[in-house]
Design a protein around this ligand. Structure first.
Ligand SMILES: Nc1ncnc2c1ncn2[C@@H]1O[C@H](COP(=O)(O)OP(=O)(O)OP(=O)(O)O)[C@@H](O)[C@H]1O
Length: 242
């Protein structure tokens, strides 16, 4: 096994994965640099979610290697991968997945509480991120009392409050209307840049991909050349949002 380059926080080599025999990834390799926002862009079904799951240690690829810093994720036990996910990674789904019995702030604080952060500190961090996402007033409400867009903001606050090394965001604004989605993405990318959080963002939307520092394009489970416009727009968007 050859360890990844030093400046890559995540590195994947020749990932292959099938779901019930149908190929989802066919030899994808990529590196993610520390602190960068990388968009994985492509049409529905091209393998974005499968790639993010392999990188995040949720799915063990059938072939290939995934490294986080100098640790080989592909050879870790399920317990080690779970610890890695809990302590170093955060994940945002397209639909908010919150614990219905907990309030918004308790949901946002949950990853910190699971890591053993004292309750007072975890609550302070959760409230701070809920405020930044303009839902501080909802902190004591349970998910069923929130709108879908508010629930997704709680999920984003939960991911950012944990200050992960890598944040995986799988179509995080797909269910939001465009103005709402743009605001959530601006907060997410600005927070990631100011806290040096590496972001891997799956999206089929070229405008969302343009917010990233770099775009990796997928088609039918393989890497293809990224659209040039997205990269150019991405650089412009970066300078605006820093
Ligand atoms: N659990 C599963 N069982 C069977 N096939 C699956 C499963 N998950 C994904 N697939 C298939 O694998 C391929 C890649 O799916 P994947 O979800 O990774 O792509 P995607 O680009 O994220 O798509 P989307 O944007 O629709 O989520 C698709 O053909 C999909 O139908």
């Amino acid at each position: 096994m050859v360890a990844p380059p030093d400046n890559d926080v995540l590195w994947a080599r020749s990932l292959h994965h099938t779901h019930n025999g149908s190929p989802a990834l066919s030899g994808v390799s990529l590196g993610v640099r520390e602190g960068e926002i990388l968009a994985v862009h492509g049409p529905r079904g091209c393998g974005k979610t499968t790639l993010l799951r392999c990188l995040a240690g949720q799915t063990a690829p059938q072939e290939g290697e995934v490294w986080f810093n100098s640790a080989p994720v592909h050879t870790m036990s399920p317990f080690q991968r779970e610890r890695l996910r809990r302590d170093r990674f955060a994940w945002i789904d397209p639909e908010p997945t919150l614990v219905p019995e907990l309030t918004a702030w308790e949901n946002a604080a949950l990853p910190l509480l699971l890591r053993g952060t004292p309750r007072r500190a975890a609550k302070a961090a959760a409230l701070e991120w809920l405020e930044r996402l303009d839902i501080g007033a909802c902190a004591k409400r349970r998910p069923r009392a929130l709108l879908q867009a508010q629930r997704q903001r709680v999920a984003v606050a939960r991911a950012l409050a944990a200050e992960p090394a890598v944040l995986f965001a799988d179509e995080p604004t797909a269910t939001l209307h465009s103005a709402e989605g743009a605001q959530v993405l601006r907060t997410l990318t600005a927070a990631a840049r100011s806290h040096r959080i590496t972001v891997v963002l799956a999206t089929y939307d070229t405008q969302v991909a343009a917010l990233a520092d770099r775009v990796v394009a997928l088609l039918d489970g393989r890497r293809v050349n990224a659209p040039r416009t997205a990269e150019v727009e991405g650089r412009d968007a970066c300078s605006l949002s820093v």
